[in-house]
Design a protein around this ligand. Structure first.
Ligand SMILES: *Cc1c(COP(=O)(O)O)cnc(C)c1O
Length: 348
């Protein structure tokens, strides 16, 4: 692959497919295989999850995170229930109402948060605020690990959240579109961050982790997975050539690429944040705990970066967002740092 200057840090899904995922797809492409998940790749991918998570669990493969989240939440709710989430949660701000749609109307109840983290107090406040027949009954808590702005819940925080959920009779769902980055950040096992702290259902993101597409819905409480296959099919999420959604997971999980990729993204984010945080007019908005860096920048500096060809978003988290994927090239990160250094010196 020829390296050019097209690499951007606007989003981690600007990246391509990592070699391990690609190789597994290439292997899966050598001949025919049964359709709709009856193939050996799908079996092997589900087994790889069970091995990696050190437990029996039920695994389903969806095309993207919106579908995975929406269908997982729908499986946890009746239409008259409600789901507690952070105000910045992807399910609230970026899924076009899919969770409400697929649950036939379960309401999302949002909490104002710093950095997208829910707390036991916030959950208790919302869950106990109303218990009359006129209010949709709280049934699920959904958390994003790491959050949309790149903060990571510690194991103790997760434990406290799940204890509150148990006490209040709420199920706990984790949106792990960047789950691997959180594991890399905490240095803990996938099991430690999920079922061992009481997570009932996890949506594990493959796309941002280095795959072409795909999210796995992992049910640790296997009773909740009953009929989930029908839900996926009805929602248009049952791939007929399922092996191409499943095989990259085999490549990722069996080779360890899922974690290596995340370690690399996180390291690039840290390198970038450390290099630019002292520059005049530049401030990091949130602690850098995963692969995201949010900066407040003077308007002239933002214009200057864009004039030099850099792309970044400003509509998430209220600053300029930079995301570092599995394939972030250190030279390219250095270029961005150099441009930011030059522009902030001009602005000062
Ligand atoms: C990217 C992302 C998703 C999944 O988005 P899709 O575009 O539907 O794949 C889900 N949650 C969070 C927090 C995300 O950043």
């Amino acid at each position: 692959m020829r390296h050019d200057d097209s690499q951007q840090f606007a989003s981690d899904n600007y990246s391509g497919i990592c070699p391990e995922a690609w190789a597994a797809m290439e292997m899966a492409n050598r001949g025919h295989a049964p359709a709709y998940g009856e193939d050996v790749w799908t079996q092997r991918a589900a087994d790889a999850f069970r091995t990696r998570f050190e437990t029996e669990c039920d695994v389903f493969f969806a095309f993207n995170g919106t579908a995975a989240n929406a269908l997982a939440l729908a499986a946890l709710c009746q239409s008259y229930h409600s789901v507690i989430c952070a105000d910045s949660a992807h399910v609230e701000t970026d899924e076009c109402g899919a969770p409400e749609f697929f649950s036939n109307g379960s309401k999302l109840l949002t909490v104002r948060t710093e950095g997208g983290k829910l707390t036991p107090e916030a959950i208790r406040g919302l869950a106990q605020n109303r218990n009359d027949i006129h209010f949709p009954r709280p049934r699920v808590v959904t958390i994003t690990q790491p959050t949309e702005t790149g903060q990571v819940y510690s194991l103790a925080e997760l434990q406290a959240l799940s204890a509150t959920c148990r006490e209040l009779g709420l199920a706990l769902h984790m949106d792990g579109s960047r789950f691997a980055n959180a594991c890399a950040s905490l240095g803990c096992s996938p099991a430690d961050m999920t079922w061992r702290v009481g997570v009932d259902v996890l949506c594990f993101g493959g796309t941002k982790n280095g795959m072409h597409a795909g999210e796995a819905v992992v049910f640790f409480d296997r009773k909740l997975a009953e009929d989930f296959g029908y839900r996926c099919k009805q929602a248009g999420q049952l791939a007929s050539k399922m092996r191409f959604l499943a095989a990259p997971w085999v490549g990722m999980l069996e080779s360890g690429a899922w974690l290596r990729n995340a370690v690399h993204g996180n390291a690039c984010a840290r390198l970038f944040a450390e290099a630019v945080s002292g520059l005049p007019g530049v401030r990091t908005l949130f602690p850098v705990e995963a692969n995201a860096v949010f900066l407040t920048l003077p308007p002239a500096t933002m214009d200057g970066l864009r004039a030099r060809g850099w792309r970044f978003y400003t509509f998430i988290g209220g600053g300029a967002r930079f995301m570092f994927a599995w394939d972030a090239r250190p030279e390219r990160v250095e270029q961005l740092i150099g441009d930011l250094r030059a522009l902030s010196a001009e602005a000062a």
